[in-house]
Ligand binder design. Structure first.
Ligand code: ADP
Length: 523
């Protein structure tokens, strides 16, 4: 019996495309059934079917006018299939009388089911794969008219559109499921709000932290969850988001179902379709534990620093006493050990003092006495403190005139300049230059400390002002730094209402610059 070209029918690409429709073995599709019913009515034939040709069977995705058994099983082996020939050729097939048709005269549908006439249109997907046939049957010979074939062709197109739409719908659903799974498996908080603050979507992390959203959504829900911490910044950011502006990270207190407050870091991102604001997406994470740990760490640092200061002083005192009591001449090995112990005690004291300074500055408990000062005053203090270091290192140190007047605390500002100059000397080889000067610029004074030293790699420029940030590990051991100097300098400058930054080129040198309010800008 002439079955269709098996290689074409069983081609993996084609079979995969048939499976991808999701229609094989699925419940009957009412839309496809309707199209076949329309065919029987318009063409005046007893049966019409939408077949999908699988590897070794034909499946009826939609049908009208089939006998009970076929209507129930919705499939046959290929021995009963006329439609396989439509798929194999990817062309319409018209059979006026099956008895004399070379491809189907001995088909089991002809021999056993009494089929005598057939017209089928290939169902070809957008990738060019023939999936099946949209066809009409008759149980007696049938002359198919132009009009019949035109109708069949049009309805086949409609069936193919329906099949591809279903496929696209399924794809969308799958993607939606994947996205939901992704959103529900992250610890990040993700939620979506209407412009009125009603919660319309919350991922699992959000629901775990804040409970299930009310059903139906309630206007002002997000606002009702605010504990008060960060409220003002939130209100401004919310108004911006409604107007279409995304926010920076906000730190907010949110009320939990158990009455506690969580500290969360959130970002508001407007949702817009075709330029019209529709809502606000919120992304963020719970920073409660992080902040608690930070506070605990700060407390420990502060406690330890206080506790260490006295014993370090005692060690320094003991070392001095020891030096005096040692019988002279002091054996070189002993002298070396005592010097090492002294150096380490000094380093520890610097570290502890720096930590305490930073602690007090950040807590706002450092004595702060702002007044009008000429920069020259501050430069003199800084020069006295750093000149010996420069001479010892063989670095040429030069201070500008410092005629500008600033408003600030002279002691702390000298601390900043000393720190920047000491760093500059430290990281500049013998014979190099360090220059300090100030310029007035738009109502501000800009102080610049420029060196001809090793420079700072671009990758480190962003983090250099953080606590304990050092470019090389050896900067702590060999150069004796604590990694706190710049963090302290930044805190002091910020508390003066200024800005501090670094400009650097590796191998050429570095400029640290900061601004201070002038007399005019003083409060
Ligand atoms: P430290 O006590 O280590 O000097 P700082 O906070 O003052 O701590 O500086 C942090 C790090 O920044 C230094 O360890 C060094 O790696 C780098 N740094 C600071 N100033 C300079 C400079 N003028 N030239 C090159 N690197 C510098």
């Amino acid at each position: 019996m002439p079955n269709a070209d098996a290689a074409v029918i069983a081609a993996p690409e084609r079979v995969k495309a048939v499976e991808a429709t999701g229609l094989l073995d699925s419940p009957a599709s009412p839309a496809l059934d309707r199209l076949t019913r329309l065919t029987t009515q318009l063409l005046g034939v007893p049966a019409s079917v939408v077949t999908l040709i699988d590897r070794d069977r034909q499946f009826f995705a939609g049908a009208s006018g089939l006998g009970e058994t076929l209507a129930a099983s919705r499939q046959t082996s290929l021995d009963y299939s006329y439609c396989q020939h439509v798929v194999a050729s990817a062309k319409p097939m018209v059979v006026t009388d099956a008895v004399s048709h070379p491809l189907v005269y001995d088909n089991l549908a002809t021999l056993k089911d009494g089929i005598r006439a057939y017209a089928g249109m290939p169902l070809i997907d957008s990738n060019g794969q023939a999936l099946g046939s949209f066809c009409a049957f008759d149980t007696k010979p049938h002359e198919w008219s132009e009009r019949d074939l035109q109708i069949l062709h049009d309805l086949a197109q409609a069936a193919m559109t329906e099949i591809e739409l279903r496929f696209a719908g399924r794809l969308l659903e799958e993607q939606g499921e994947q996205l939901r799974a992704l959103l529900d498996n992250t610890d990040e908080l993700v939620a979506r709000f209407g412009l009125d603050g009603a919660l319309t979507y919350a991922n699992a992390a959000w629901r775990r932290l804040l409970g299930h959203p009310p059903e139906p959504p309630v206007a002002g829900y997000l606002q009702s969850k605010l504990s008060g911490v960060g409220r003002e910044r939130f209100d401004a950011a919310w108004a911006d988001a409604q107007a279409g502006e995304p926010s920076d990270d906000l730190e907010l207190g949110l009320l939990l179902p158990n009455g506690d407050t969580a500290l969360v870091q959130l970002r508001l991102v407007p949702v817009r379709t075709k330029g019209i604001a529709r809502g606000v997406r919120v992304y963020g994470h719970d920073v409660t534990d992080l902040r608690r740990a930070e506070r605990a760490k700060d407390q420990v640092i502060s406690l330890v620093s206080h506790e260490l200061r006295t014993p370090i002083g005692a060690v320094q005192g003991a070392m001095q006493l020891l030096e005096r009591l040692l019988p002279s001449p002091v054996p070189p090995k002993v002298a070396e050990l005592v010097a090492l112990a002294k150096r380490n005690a000094d380093r520890l004291l610097t570290l502890v003092n720096d930590l305490l300074d930073l602690d007090r500055l950040e807590a706002g408990s450092a004595p702060f006495e702002p007044a009008l000062h000429r920069m020259a005053e501050i430069f003199t203090t800084a020069r006295d403190a750093t000149q010996p270091l420069a001479e010892q290192k063989g670095v040429h140190l030069e201070f500008g005139p410092g005629a500008s007047v600033i408003f600030g605390d002279a002691t702390w500002l000298a601390h900043v300049v000393i720190n920047l100059v000491a760093n500059a000397i430290k990281f500049t080889p013998a014979g190099g230059h360090v220059r300090v000067h100030c310029v007035e610029d738009e109502g501000q004074v800009q102080v610049r400390v420029t060196d001809t030293g090793r420079g700072i790699p671009a990758a480190d420029v962003g983090r250099i002002f953080e606590r304990f940030a050092q470019v090389q590990r050896s900067d702590a051991t060999e150069k004796g730094g604590s990694g706190l100097g710049l963090a302290i300098a930044r805190t002091i400058v910020l508390q003066h209402g200024g800005r501090i930054w670094v400009e650097s080129e590796v191998g050429k040198g570095t400029t640290f610059a900061f601004t201070l309010p002038t007399r005019l800008a003083a409060p």
